[in-house]
Design a protein around this ligand. Sequence first.
Ligand code: 6R9
Length: 646
Amino acid sequence: MSETQVIPVKDKIASSAHVDAQSYEEMYRRSIEDPEGFWAEHGKRIDWMKPYSQIKDVSFGPDDVHIRWFADGTTNAAVNCIDRHLPAKKDQPAIIWEGDDPGEDKTITYGELHRQVCRMANILKARGVTRGDRVTIYMPMIPEAAYAMLACARIGAIHSVVFGGFSPDALAGRIEDCESTFVITADEGVRGGRKIPLKANTDKALTKCPGVRHVLVVRRTGGDIDWHEDRDLWFHEEFEKVGDDCPAEEMGAEDPLFILYTSGSTGKPKGVLHTTGGYLVFTSMTHEYVFDYKDGEVYWCTADVGWVTGHSYILYGPLANGATTLIFEGVPNYPDASRHWQVCDKHKVNIYYTAPTAIRALMREGEEPVKKTDRKSLRLLGTVGEPINPEAWMWYYKTVGEERCPVVDTWWQTETGGIMISPLPGAIDLKPGSATKPFFGVKPEIVDTNGNVQEGACQGNLCIADSWPGQMRTVYGDHERFIQTYFSTYPGKYFSGDGCRRDEDGYYWITGRVDDVINVSGHRMGTAEVESALVAHKKVAEAAVVGYPHDLKGQGIYAYVTLVAGEEPSEELRKELVQWVRQEIGPIASPDLIQWAPSLPKTRSGKIMRRILRKIAENDYSNLGDTSTLADPAVVDDLVENRMNR
Ligand code: 6R9
């Protein structure tokens, strides 16, 4: 074993888990040597209307990139998440909803979920939404968000969930890109006692989106909102007009299930497209094995449904497995820093899945808020979204889990649909900070910058050599961009955009993004997006944005800003620009630090040397590299002199 600490699998866990070390090795080997046979078998874990005979039909290029799984099978995601559980679980909780206010909660059984989803689906149908239409969902964390997603799936409409923290402009861009004709929102959201004006934001966004015919509004707070008689519909009124019965559409395995926008290193956010059959097989299987999910357990993933983690591991994976999934409306520190653990005690949560940024924030509050709760129901802990530092990992393991609960550090992406690299709790010894080993069917490769595949212990860029059923199929409306982004850097392989080290035990250690994507509190932000928001301000001539290490957020946003001639830097302007970016994109894009740059370091051909800007932001001058190609090397001295995060 290597130099780092190893936490071996406990015998008790191995003997009761889905797989132990030996069966992991056997299953993994088979999944790689005989993917057709492996997935032919495991594809059956979901219910098909017409069984598949084709399994895998994939090309990673160079001429043609296509990805198809179970292509001649037909199924429906909502049926798999609801109807098929009704005979045995009609009265079992499907969703436990915990409100922002600790006094508010609600339990939705599988039977009730069925009724709610059918009615929502009938509302959509009555208003002309059909198979293949795009429906944008801009919702707080309330059960109706889940109903809306599943209602779309039931009638074959493609949902595009937009995170409730995004601005009207960001919402409009996403509605326009996929040409949505229908929006589902709420009057207001509530988080940490504060209201979020979702309907007002939607109204603003829709001034730019003439194609939207209807807005279905769920009443959450009863707050004052504007009403557009010809366009807006109250959910509770429409609900009374429709019936409980809504036959599910028979969907091809490769029919789209949803679009989810995510930031990349260039341009505007991409519409990541996932399809039906393979996605459901992969998310349900990973949910069962990685969390070692057992029937009757209460499972809580703290993500927002606006992110892929919410799609795959609040909704589709757990519900496809007939689990009880907890949906939490609030934030970890409201009313106080014990909230998450109080929720665990209140609802007897067995499996808890969160982000490193939340763990670090809670760790700062000390042990007391944790220790004053019981947490005896907890059996397994998980993390996702960014690299977790071993110190936070150990705190999570010891203080929260009392060394009783294995911690599964799960590496994956919007693009991968489900978990790719993660411990299986009964099979794989843990190393704090490592996502450990690949899931079944996942073949990671570490390549150097020339694309040579590295063997043994090594470090480089993380690629995946072959397809898995949960993989994204295309960028919505732009297949060329899909090929360019993921398959052109290392031809014939999927390139993740992450750096990675593999140790001598074959464990994977994700080191973070190697492209121009910043990971702020587990949320992806493209530097290009923040830059274009900044330069849209009339006083800004030019901007360059990079990430820098941030204690709580993992990475912070560091912006170098050059003002137009005649404008003077000031504290007010700094605040104005932060506010401006919040308005343009949303609070998660707020620059943490803005440095006034009289000019930016550029090559003679005019390219901004981001490598240097990154080093300065990181306070690391030991290796600024070769600056001789700069048009004006003196620029760097000025930036170093005036750096922000001393
Ligand atoms: C699921 C999700 C993906 C990026 C990914 C990587 C980072 C996610 C991680 C992790 C280290 C982990 N990331 N999980 N890094 N360890 N366990 O987060 O999807 O929002 O698309 O972000 O997040 O950099 O490339 P997404």
